[in-house]
Write a protein that binds this ligand. Structure first.
Ligand SMILES: O=C(O)c1ccccc1NCC(=O)[C@H](O)[C@H](O)COP(=O)(O)O
Length: 213
């Protein structure tokens, strides 16, 4: 059964926050989860002090998600007090992902050879699988989409659809895939790391209208 058949709305995660004003806007729009890039090679990354300051002002019942790419255990542990959920974007093993005292999701890049049923079994302890576009050498945040018809109608884990989503295409994406959640970064930005309030609002409206279809 898809989540829509069970009458659940599509959850929304916005990723790559660096500014308090953008977080305030997203929270006011009712966004479910806010992502912080804890990978220093990203132009959207925040340091631990910035994470602490931003995360402290996120109200209850909005998830603070930390995004990691092949981190050390020490780095994840340092970030843990400010996070509700961990998102792993590299080649982390299931054992590594499960070794922290937080729920977690695994991002999978949709390379041609990927076997999603196998990955769902492999990452069985994850809360969900985030499916993202594959670009060699770039672990995420590419702003590129992939062919959504490659996602099986049923999968053992909830699907978070990511990769190149925008206010312009998210309604079609939700209608076609019926994911548990959608995740966006570049599609709601004015510039790298800076969100655009009107694009954030438009994205949320488009998801709601797709849910109502
Ligand atoms: O945003 C980054 O710079 C980034 C770097 C390394 C791994 C993941 C990264 N971002 C993840 C996301 O923002 C999203 O979860 C996802 O990749 C979708 O991004 P976009 O295609 O820009 O909507």
């Amino acid at each position: 059964m898809t989540h829509t058949e069970s009458m659940q709305r599509t959850r929304i995660k916005f990723c790559g926050f660096t500014r308090q004003d953008d977080i305030d806007t997203a929270v006011a729009l009712g966004v479910d989860a806010l992502g912080f890039v804890m990978w220093s090679k990203s132009s959207r990354s925040v340091g631990i002090e910035q994470l602490a300051a931003l995360a402290a002002k996120v109200p209850a019942f909005v998830s603070r998600v930390g995004l990691f790419v092949d981190p050390s255990a020490k780095w994840v542990e340092a970030c843990l007090p400010h996070l509700d959920l961990l998102q792993f974007h590299g080649d982390e093993t299931p054992e590594f992902c499960a070794s922290f005292d937080r729920p977690w999701i695994k991002a999978l890049r949709m390379r041609d050879t990927i076997d999603l049923a196998f990955e769902a079994e492999r990452y069985a302890q994850s809360q969900a699988l985030l499916l993202d576009a594959y670009r060699p050498g770039t672990p995420g945040g590419t702003g590129e989409s992939f062919d959504w018809s490659r996602i099986p109608a049923t999968l053992a884990k909830p699907v978070i659809l990511a990769g190149g989503l925008t206010p312009e295409n998210v309604s079609q994406a939700v209608h076609q895939v019926r994911p548990y959640a959608v995740d966006v970064s570049g599609g709601i930005e004015a510039s790298r790391g800076c969100k655009d309030a009107s694009r954030m609002a438009s994205f949320v409206r488009q998801v709601a209208s797709a849910d109502a279809r």
